[in-house]
Write a protein that binds this ligand. Sequence first.
Ligand code: GLC
Length: 480
Amino acid sequence: MTTRNKLNALLVGYEVAPFYKRGGLGDVLGSLPLALASLGIDARVTMPYYNSVKRHYPQKEIASFSVIFDKKEEKVKILQGVLPSSHVPIYFLANRKLISIINLRQKNIEEFVFFDLAVAGFINWLEDQGSFIPDLVHCNDWHTALIPFLLKKRMKSSIKTLLTIHNLGYQGRGSFKALEQAGFENQDLKILKKSKSITNLNALGEGILHASKISTVSPRYAKEISQIRKRTQIYRYFRLREQLLGRSDKLIGILNGTDTKIWNPQEDKLIPKQYGVTEVSTGKKKNKYILLDELHLPADKPTFTFIGRMASQKGIELILKIAEELVDLGINLILLGTGLKPLEQKVHALSEKHSSAIKAELIFTEKMAHRLYAAADFLLIPSNYEPCGLVQMIGMKYGTIPIAARTGGLIDTIDDGRTGFLFQKGSTHDLITTIKKVLKVYEDPERFEKMRKEAMREDFSWDKSATLYKKLYQTIVTSR
Ligand code: GLC
């Protein structure tokens, strides 16, 4: 940084859209680097070379290096590509035995210990090559949270690291054996274990302890995390960090942005009728009519949708609880997403029972998501907690009014009563009361259109947030 004026950043994640995407993290890692690059940062990305990536995106091998894992020399191949329609390089790390076969449904910590070790080895390799030496490694969630620790302890590197927490609910717990495989002597591990009086490895926890800086994906979620008082294991890691670095080391919250090239109703090729702010009412009406006709739902009813993972974090149970009441209110409900099988089954049973009002789309396709954002009137987001949330921002861009739980990033992005509605999280009573209030707005076309326009005019592009990341990167790189 001191000799070059360009800042070099390597962003690492287990999912990067479009190569592999399970949720919001994939979207963020597919779009943030582009925004950083446009601010003059040499941003590059690294992810695992899964078998599925290989099938869809064959890449060119540029080099290989070795790391010692489980006392054996393991070769890691580096394959290089670019993020679509850009010059931002992406490096895939490949190892047939340990990376390609990562079980993406049931993620095991052992598999990610190897990937993290491979990333540390890759950084070493980059430093030896000298053409792109990262000033900072930006890790994301538990899958990459051991990198700061491995860099420090295994590679003796002093490179700066940022760990962004996209979801504190997933920490990557497992046995310390995984670290033995990564070459740590029992002696090192004894110190690690003793200092925390814990018996299991917590990947996110080690990241919280060893990264130069920690951030999360909204200011509100940062505040919520800082207020955790329950003496959980992760709480202890935060306290340990505080003991090491003092209270001035604050957890930073930077809102995610959305990719305005993908999410823009005016240019969206996946929807039947494109529309801008001025023609929102007629545009959405056409999209609604076409979609509801296909789904055999009445086009003259207020239409609600849920788009997201069928996981308990997303509060889908709350919708299940009030579904009958919703049907009585004379609405349509379309649920799109995949996730836990028991939840999917309940959603399916519900749609079978009320087939003239409720539809379950249990195969997620990007196309259906785009069409739903364009066609629906309201977007239900009953999350139990939400670090940032992307659906509410996309919904607003499409003039689809969010009705969301008052938590995390939903509070930071929705202006209650102006661009959407917030209700008390977990409360079926408050959700129903809010929906009744919302239906009054729906019956007043002028007011409804005004709200849609206000929502569409909000700026959820990456511009602002990428600038904040740039500042944060600069602070980290220049700090001691
Ligand atoms: C996780 C969080 C979500 C956030 C996304 C991207 O999926 O649950 O709130 O928007 O990561 O940061």
